[in-house]
Ligand binder design. Structure first.
Ligand code: ZN
Ligand code: ZN
Length: 332
């Protein structure tokens, strides 16, 4: 096997090593792509901190790429890549809950198949809907939000039967919170946000929030609440701010324990997204209904991935951070 394009592997807690991977040839239904940009997800940050990736695991699942060699797709086409894969045959797939597929970890990019922190991405046995063509006038940094926006759409749906004009509280306006705000705005909900960092208030308003408060300010009680921060304080604030018989959906699954409930509240866990929710997210981006590119506070080349993660974890002004592995430099 000859030496192939570079990719980042997590060698220890808080340390990636960027080295050439093996060179791969393509099968008849495979597609080779240059990775243009990859958003850093909160789950990647947790893995980076813990250093608990598998030896050959290439992380990075918020991927925009450009086709460099393929049968089914035009060379040069820019695409949003749907990383979450499913078998189509198990009980969960039969229910349409493709995100819970029995074979999800085995098939999903950035788990047992390589993700996007690499110069090159090869998609094996491409099927329709695995990638969505990016509209010509959509900036790449708007498009890296397709995957977390799909997570957010799933979370809004998990709340239950919301109606246009309903009031929604979103706790947390980090990258996932911004997606929840944008998704709820696209579903015509009236969004109020609580976020401790003042630097994030303007981006929350730009994403579609009607009002943004800091924790501790009086906000009243809401029929619908989404928790988009993985802290015990966020969950507590959500419980205290949700009206009797209201609903809470938890987008950021974490180890936070459930606080005592002051009155009856329904709490819904939300994980991943159905295949069609990724397509809905891509459509919102392709039609400019959701434009979050301005919330990417910094981009880093693949060789700067350790600095990128340190910035995302440690800098109070960081919102979304993207890796831009393109060999031709950035912008591509
Ligand atoms: Zn993610
Ligand atoms: Zn399945």
């Amino acid at each position: 096997m000859s030496e192939g394009p570079k990719r980042a592997l997590l060698a220890a807690p808080r340390r990636f090593e960027v080295t050439p991977g093996p060179a791969h040839s393509l099968g008849p239904a495979d597609v080779r792509m240059d990775v243009l940009a990859v958003g850093i997800c909160g789950s990647d940050l947790a893995t980076f901190r813990a250093g608990d990736a598998a030896p050959d695991q290439v992380l990075g699942h918020e991927i925009v790429a450009r086709v460099s060699e393929a049968g089914a797709l035009p060379v040069g086409a820019r695409v949003m890549v749907r990383p979450m894969r499913s078998c189509g045959r198990c009980w969960y797939c039969a229910q349409g809950s493709t995100q819970l597929c029995d074979r999800s970890r085995e098939l999903t990019l950035s788990f047992q198949r390589p993700g996007g922190y690499a110069e090159e991405l090869i998609l094996r046995d491409l099927e329709p809907g695995d990638v969505i063509l990016l509209a010509a006038d959509v900036p790449i940094l708007d498009a890296i939000w397709a995957e977390p926006l799909a997570v957010a759409l799933h979370c809004v749906a998990a709340l239950g039967d919301t109606r246009p004009g309903d009031a929604l509280l979103v706790v947390g306006a980090g990258p996932l919170g911004l997606c929840v705000i944008a998704a709820a705005h696209a579903r015509h909900l009236k969004v109020t946000v609580v976020e401790p960092r003042p630097a994030r208030h303007a981006t929350a308003l730009a994403a579609g929030a009607q009002a943004v408060y800091r924790p501790g300010e009086p906000i009243g009680a809401f029929p619908w609440t989404i928790v988009a921060a993985g802290t015990p304080a966020a969950l507590r604030l959500a419980v205290e701010s949700t009206a009797p018989h209201g609903h809470i959906a938890v987008a950021a699954l974490g180890p936070a324990p459930l606080p005592p409930l002051p009155h009856p509240i329904e709490i819904h866990g939300s994980f991943g997204y159905r295949t069609e929710e990724f397509h809905q997210a891509a459509t919102l981006i392709n039609t400019h209904a959701v434009r979050l590119g301005a919330a990417v506070t910094r981009t880093f080349p693949l060789t700067g991935i350790n600095a990128a993660f340190a910035y995302a974890l440690d800098d109070q002004d960081a919102v979304k951070v993207a890796i831009t592995p393109g060999a031709a430099g950035w912008p591509p």
